[in-house]
Write a protein that binds this ligand. Structure first.
Ligand code: ADP
Ligand code: MG
Length: 336
């Protein structure tokens, strides 16, 4: 920041407390953190940014923006079967913010980070703070640990493998529509549930950690089920058939898709689910069931890997649903 005293003050007040528990972060007072990794483990690194006006709204509560920022990064670690350990935080704050607004926002934001980092056992170890003339830009880089050769990749799906997905699909996309008042018939409870799913993703860390030895390939669903399935299949050189009726849909989403069947396409192609999509060999149901039991999260078989490098979403009659929008892509949908 141009005002250096301001910057150090902010870090001491709002962020240094989040580094407690990791001595090597030096209370965020040195130039860098010094961290260890247990022998036999590898470091898994991922980074994701959220930009005001693109990924979140100007008036979104700051604690929820923080929760989402950390969660989207941890979801990438989950899909690699890694255990979250540390993260860094880069803040580009609008120059035009008044000090009181800035402090208010940062206090709420750090509270949101605090809640999520406790929940997922990860510690802040550094970052950067700058002022810019553009919108608020938030970046986290997350570091996880995984045993050597235990990281899951996108490229291991084999013909005949079973395709599974955690939790429920489409809540987040429908939650965003609810927030934008685009769902006329929605009841208040459903709206609260779906908006919460949009704003407070729950990265499937506990499931990811247990997939090594069971899954042949994995990806987290951030761009939408259809798009991320396509990413996994492309990396693996295979195709997939999904039975639409098997896709797990929450009660709230089910009410909406029953009343307006066209919303099923939103559920399949809308992003921000942060569920895990993975494949196993066809005999793995007992192992997956036991993971379901210990993690208290449903895991549903939705289809199979095929040789033909196509992605098919099949209805009850075996007809392929033609999707008009195959998922979120920054280079197709610029600044929507
Ligand atoms: P330098 O100019 O030496 O890079 P900085 O002023 O950028 O130092 O940062 C000082 C310390 O504060 C470093 O330990 C850095 O990791 C930490 N830091 C800066 N901004 C943040 C932030 N937004 N969140 C967490 N730590 C931060
Ligand atoms: Mg720096």
């Amino acid at each position: 920041m141009t005002d250096k005293i301001g910057e150090f003050d902010l870090i001491r007040r709002y962020f240094a407390p989040l580094s407690k528990g990791e001595k090597g972060a030096f209370n965020l007072t040195d130039d860098a953190a010094v961290l260890g990794a247990p022998s036999g483990e590898k470091i898994v690194v991922t980074t994701d940014s959220l930009i005001e006006g693109i990924h979140f709204f100007n008036d979104d509560p700051a604690d929820l923006v923080a929760a989402k920022l950390l969660a989207v990064n941890l979801s990438d670690l989950a899909s690699m079967a890694a255990t979250p350990a540390y993260y860094t935080l880069s803040l580009a704050l609008p120059i035009k913010w008044e000090e009181s607004k800035r402090n208010n926002w940062l206090e709420k934001f750090s509270n949101g980070l605090s809640e999520y980092q406790k929940k997922f056992k990860v510690t802040l170890v550094g970052g950067d703070t700058v002022a810019i003339s553009g919108p608020l830009v938030l970046t986290i880089t997350a570091f996880g640990l995984v045993r050597e050769n235990a990281a899951l990749r996108r490229n291991g799906a084999a013909v005949g493998d079973t395709i599974w997905v955690t939790g429920t699909i489409g809540d987040s996309a429908l939650g965003l529509l609810a927030l934008q008042n685009q769902l006329d018939e929605i009841d208040a409870d459903s709206s609260v549930f779906l908006v919460d799913r949009y704003r407070r993703p729950q990265p499937r860390i506990a499931i990811g950690q247990r997939l090594h030895g069971n899954a042949s390939a994995a990806i987290d669903v951030s761009d939408g089920l259809a798009a991320d399935l396509a990413h996994m299949c492309r990396a693996s050189g295979v195709g997939a058939e999904i039975d639409i009726a098997k896709i797990p849909i929450s009660a709230a989403a089910r009410t909406l898709t029953t009343a307006s069947p066209e919303l099923i396409e939103i559920a399949i192609t809308g992003g921000d689910d942060y569920e895990l999509l993975f494949t196993t060999d066809p005999g793995s149901s007992p192992a997956i069931e036991s993971i379901e039991k210990v993690t208290h999260c449903t895991i549903t078989e939705i289809g199979r890997i095929i040789e033909d490098p196509a992605i098919r979403f099949l209805d009850d009659n075996g007809e392929n649903l033609a999707l008009s929008n195959a998922g979120y892509n920054h280079f197709n949908i610029v600044y929507h």
